[in-house]
Every structure is written in structure tokens, then in C-alpha cells.
Design a protein around this ligand. Structure first.
Ligand code: C5J
Length: 234
């Protein structure tokens, strides 16, 4: 994807240690920045959550998304959601708990967590370009029952910059799946958010603990600095 004349090596000041990445084999993966999680009346709110907690991630993601687009990096957006007939929604997920509306019920942004409905769409601030990849996933992890592995292989991707919502659910699940598949994952700390600030903190700690058991953690400023100060290989 990247032009061969562009510097492509960057060192991110990350925890537990700095990591050098080649942008040519790195993708930005933005997890589930959908109206259903971010806005009142969506899936997140039906579960009793304060959706305003997630707004803080939008600006940092926007800044990294712009830099990734300028760099020519592969950008992948994911969306959690189900087919209109719910054939890909396990009853164990649909019937769980006591939400104000269940998956598939009509809500103010259309049917809750259903593909094609307004609530399922990505928020306007981070809307995908036509050239970018969108992965529709029925689960929390972006690798389960999706074509993500094939897409990453097709583009020669070895490293993932991961951000989105929520830190401890879909971001953590995806990073764990990716780590087991051999990807180096750098989680952008201020580009993630949770309805529970303490889960956000612990979710990041779990990734970088034990020498980076699942990956690395860096803030958006560190990622942007690494992109700005990239060098050419060799
Ligand atoms: C949740 C997600 N929290 N995208 N999904 O159900 O984290």
C-alpha cells in the first residue's frame, strides 16, 4: 500500500518497552466506533451504561486515523452486529440479562445491534473512506467468524495499532485473538474507552503486564510522534 520512497520505520515509545514498526506491514484497526455503543438509545445504553464515557476516545482516534491515511497505512474498521434474522446471534447472547431493549428490538436508531440499521453505523467523525476495510463481526473479537485473517494476510500485515471501544470487551478480545495469531499489537491508550473507567485502566494493564503478555500500550501522541519521525529502512 505504501509508496516505496516514503520512510516506513517508526519507533513508538510504548509500554512495557519501545517497539519499532514498519508501517508498510502495520494496520490501524478501529474497533466498533458505532452509534450503538457511542450514542443514547443504542445497545450500550440498553445495558444500563453511561455512553458519554466513550466520547473521550473520538479525538485521539481521529488524529491517528488522519495520520494513518496520510501515511497510506491499511485502515480497518470493525462493527459488532447481527443479521436481521438473528441467525448469527446466539440465544445465549440475545437472552442475557435484563436490558431495556434486546438485540433485534426496535429502538430510536433502528433495531438494536442489527446490520444496516442507523445505530449499527460508524459515528460520522470517524466514518470510513470507500477505500478502507470494514469488518462486520457477530462477536466481541474481530477474528471470530470474519474475513479479517484473510484481509491482513492479503496486505502482508504483521502489526496492528488497535483502538476503539470498549477497552475491556471488544478491544481486549480482539488483541488476545490477534496475539495468539502472531500479530504485534500496540493498543492506543487514549484511543480506547470503557463505560467503566476502572475497567479501562485494568484492561490496558492486562495487555502490557508480564513483559507485554498480549502486546504494547502507547498513547496517541507517542504513535503520532513515531509516524512523524519515521525513517527509511537500510
Ligand atoms: C460490547 C464492544 N461492549 N464493542 N462491545 O459489547 O466492546
Amino acid at each position: 500500500m505504501l509508496s516505496s520512497t516514503k520512510p516506513t520505520l517508526g519507533v513508538i515509545s510504548a509500554e512495557p518497552e519501545p517497539i519499532q514498526l514498519d508501517w508498510a506491514s502495520t494496520a490501524l484497526v478501529i474497533i466498533d466506533m458505532q452509534r450503538d455503543f457511542m450514542e443514547p438509545g443504542g445497545f450500550g445504553e440498553t445495558l444500563g451504561n453511561d455512553v458519554s464515557q466513550l466520547a473521550r476516545a473520538v479525538k485521539p482516534i481521529g488524529a491517528v486515523l488522519k495520520a494513518a491515511r496520510d501515511t497510506g497505512m491499511l485502515v480497518v474498521h470493525t462493527r459488532e452486529g447481527h443479521l436481521p434474522d438473528l441467525s448469527d446471534a446466539p440465544p445465549a447472547k440475545v437472552e442475557r440479562g435484563a436490558p431495556s431493549l434486546r438485540i433485534g428490538d426496535p429502538g430510536p436508531m433502528g433495531r438494536i445491534l442489527i446490520r444496516g440499521e442507523a445505530g449499527h453505523d460508524i459515528i460520522p467523525e470517524l466514518y470510513p473512506l470507500d477505500s478502507e476495510v470494514i469488518i462486520d463481526k457477530p462477536g466481541k473479537g474481530a477474528f471470530y467468524a470474519t474475513e479479517l485473517t484473510d484481509v491482513l494476510e492479503q496486505y502482508g500485515i504483521e502489526n496492528l495499532l488497535v483502538c476503539g471501544v470498549t477497552t475491556e470487551v471488544c478491544v481486549n478480545t480482539t488483541v488476545r485473538e490477534a496475539n495468539d495469531r502472531g500479530y504485534r499489537c500496540v493498543v492506543i491508550s487514549d484511543g480506547c474507552a470503557s463505560y467503566f473507567p476502572e475497567f479501562h485502566e485494568m484492561g490496558l494493564k492486562m495487555i502490557k503486564a508480564q513483559g507485554g503478555i498480549f502486546g504494547w500500550v502507547a498513547d496517541s501522541a507517542a504513535v503520532l510522534e513515531a509516524m512523524k519521525t519515521s525513517t527509511t529502512q537500510g
